[in-house]
Design a protein around this ligand. Structure first.
Ligand SMILES: [Cu+2]
Length: 164
């Protein structure tokens, strides 16, 4: 008795079914690896505050940088047309910086290229990001959400100083 050969239709179906199963599994695996392994997460609800009273909120009353533990810095940052406060942040090399940020007026962005800082700043929404700065140098802080005619001037910098 001769073995039955699979029909051509069956082989073509298989050629589509297998990738259609493999693709979502590989995407879910990539998602799990980035979320659990690399610590890359979607910005969650870190808190909401009254968008008209950002300047009075304890977290944003005096924007600035505070050392919260050895090698750990907290940056309380606000975005407003067309600047960041503070717009210059100094930390020593090897620091982990925790950014707590919001907007005082309209939608802005907070981006530090090549670091894990890429969040929207929405009025009343507290955004959080954290990044480690090992190499001394200057790193730009960029608004990457169009916020008006002087949007392109809205920038700051992080100065990572060499350890003494
Ligand atoms: Cu902008």
């Amino acid at each position: 008795m001769a073995a039955r050969r699979p029909s051509t239709v069956y082989l073509w179906e298989l050629a589509w079914i297998l990738p259609s199963i493999a693709l979502p599994i590989s995407m879910l695996t990539a998602l799990a690896v980035t979320a659990l392994g690399a610590g890359i997460t979607v910005v969650g609800d870190r808190g909401r505050i009254d968008s008209t009273k950002v300047a009075e909120h304890p977290l944003f009353k005096e924007p600035g940088v505070t050392e919260i533990a050895p090698g750990q810095y907290e940056v309380r940052l606000t975005g407003q047309i067309w600047s960041f406060a503070p717009n210059e942040i100094r930390v020593p090399a090897g620091s982990t910086v925790h950014f707590w940020a919001t907007s005082r007026d309209l939608v802005h962005g907070l981006l530090v290229p090549r670091h894990n800082v890429n969040v929207m700043l929405l009025p009343g929404q507290i955004s959080h990001a954290q990044a480690r700065f090992d190499t001394p140098g200057e790193y730009p802080i960029i608004c990457h959400e169009y916020c008006g005619v002087a949007h392109h001037t809205m920038a700051g910098k992080i100065i990572v100083e060499a350890k003494r």
